[in-house]
Design a protein around this ligand. Structure first.
Ligand SMILES: *[C@@H]1O[C@H](CO)[C@@H](O)[C@H](O)[C@H]1NC(C)=O
Ligand SMILES: *[C@@H]1O[C@H](CO)[C@@H](O)[C@H](O)[C@H]1NC(C)=O
Ligand SMILES: *[C@@H]1O[C@H](CO)[C@@H](O)[C@H](O)[C@H]1NC(C)=O
Ligand SMILES: *[C@@H]1O[C@H](CO)[C@@H](O)[C@H](O)[C@H]1NC(C)=O
Ligand SMILES: *[C@@H]1O[C@H](CO)[C@@H](O)[C@H](O)[C@H]1NC(C)=O
Length: 430
């Protein structure tokens, strides 16, 4: 059977909407921008595809879409080599239009995707784009099959150093590649999962620190872009909760995800970092100043802000609010951080999670919202990728249950945390 692509461009069709029951009723319209049954790539030739299929480098049932970011009208997607050690031809991609369908083309090129070549990407779960510099920061676990080395017939992955790779989106050039020290980020167990950029303050124009969650080794990895030094932070709040906390029921099926710190966000003034374990509903806040400084007293500064309505994979901060997936609700939710801080005299350092509301929900099409970003037009883009089924091997690639992977867009009327802030105080860092 030829691999089937179901790809519908429905930019004018409203698939889901929701009326916020709050005082200032807010109306959101969610649209599915792209949907696919399986991931199809922009092969250089039919021979290339046949060759990749023959030698196992391509297996259409091994690819699922996770990370999503957008810049200047181009959407970038990761296909993490998570469950299988081989069969995913390209881990970092952008969407292009080819004839009547939308396919993934490797970014920056095929060479950058080569398995077993430690100069290339091995498994990219996520990335972040700095819209001021136009640089993309990509995290690479350094090995394929993070969750799947046990599946019989899969080759043993080549172990490469986990790394941060920076590309200039203007021309796809490699700006820098930094290997993390092996004593801080394990090259055999890490799952570098989510990433945010910290500029140090709203008036600052350059990326200064990178924070990354490690969703197997339960730590926050902090990389200083100026000194090139890395430090790691572990705290028990980053661990999953055994029992109900890590029991995620999606459409009547329960999945146990004993997965620690996963979702990550930083406020638009870069003052506070937020994170949650996948296997917990609890959301934590810590001042960025504590994260930036190696050896700071994290335990006395980290704060539980509350429990979300659901466990969450990914999250992102807009200007005033935190947006996150609500996995058990087939929804995206919003926590009104700035509004809730008003009842604490405007002190965000005391805020509690009181006002959370549904932004968009769709029980059919919005399964496992995983990765989030806000584009230059105030659209919240996210992937809905059936990860729970993909990772458990129960996803249906026959087409009988419709498309598996979707990219959604919702106009949220607020900008990304990384959008330049007009009238912000001058950057106080050198
Ligand atoms: C592999 O299987 C063993 C035993 O069944 C299990 O303990 C381990 O967690 C598995 N490893 C992965 C990466 O799934
Ligand atoms: C992986 O880390 C181990 C130490 O834990 C080190 O001995 C080995 O050289 C590393 N491998 C690579 C490819 O960096
Ligand atoms: C950090 O790394 C960058 C890119 O490799 C390099 O240009 C810079 O000189 C390094 N800075 C320090 C302080 O080592
Ligand atoms: C997970 O939760 C569901 C629904 O509450 C329950 O039926 C199931 O037994 C739980 N699974 C475990 C392993 O606790
Ligand atoms: C987004 O929504 C706001 C508020 O409803 C509206 O004013 C704005 O025009 C919308 N933007 C786009 C691009 O549709």
């Amino acid at each position: 059977m030829l691999s089937t692509i179901i790809n519908v461009l429905v930019s004018s069709v409203v698939l889901a909407s929701y009326m916020d029951p709050g005082a200032c009723a807010q109306y959101y319209e969610g649209k599915v921008l792209y949907e696919w049954l399986d991931v199809e790539y922009d092969w250089l030739s039919e021979e290339m595809k046949n060759q990749y299929e023959a030698d196992g480098r391509y297996d259409r049932t091994h690819s699922f879409i996770s990370g999503v970011k957008a810049f200047k009208g181009i959407i970038y997607l990761t296909v993490p080599r998570l469950r299988f050690t081989t069969g995913v031809p390209s881990t970092l991609n952008r969407i292009i239009q080819k004839e009547k369908s939308s396919v993934l083309t490797p970014f920056p090129d095929w060479a950058a995707q080569e398995l077993g070549n430690c100069n290339a990407l091995q498994c990219a779960m996520s990335m972040e784009v700095d819209p001021i510099s136009g640089l993309m920061y990509v995290i690479d676990t350094g090995r394929s099959g993070v969750f799947g080395n046990n599946i019989s017939g899969q080759p043993t992955p080549v172990i490469c150093p986990p790394k941060l790779v920076v590309y200039d989106l203007a021309d796809g050039s490699l700006v820098r590649s930094h290997n993390f020290p092996e004593d801080l980020v394990s090259n055999t167990t890490n799952f570098l999962n989510d990433i945010v950029i910290d500029r140090g303050g709203p008036g600052c124009k350059t990326a200064r620190w990178i924070y990354i969650t490690d969703a197997v080794d339960s730590k926050l990895v902090v990389f200083n872009l100026v000194t090139n030094k890395t430090h790691i932070i572990h705290h028990e709040s980053m661990d999953y909760e055994p029992g109900d906390g890590s029991n995620i029921t999606v459409n009547g099926v329960s999945y146990i995800f004993e997965t620690p710190i996963d979702g990550l966000a930083i406020s638009s003034d870069f003052e506070y970092v937020y994170y949650c374990a996948l296997g917990s509903k609890k959301l934590y806040q810590v001042p960025s100043s504590v994260v930036r400084q190696e050896g700071a007293d994290f335990a006395s500064k980290v704060r539980l802000v509350g429990s979300k309505i659901s466990q969450t994979g990914g999250m992102t901060y807009g200007t005033d609010n935190l947006f996150y997936g609500a996995l058990i609700k087939n929804s995206v939710y919003k926590w009104e951080v700035t509004k809730d801080a008003q009842s604490k005299g405007g002190n965000v350092g005391l805020v509690e999670l009181d006002t959370e509301s549904e932004v968009v929900r769709d029980d059919e099409r919005l399964r496992f919202p995983d990765s989030f970003t806000v584009d230059e037009n105030q659209n919240l883009l996210f992937s809905a990728c059936n990860a729970e089924k993909f990772l458990r091997g129960t996803i249906d690639f026959s087409g009988a249950q419709g498309p598996n992977f979707r990219i959604w867009s919702v106009n949220i009327s607020e900008s990304s945390y990384l959008a330049p802030r007009a009238g912000a105080c001058p950057c106080s860092l050198g």
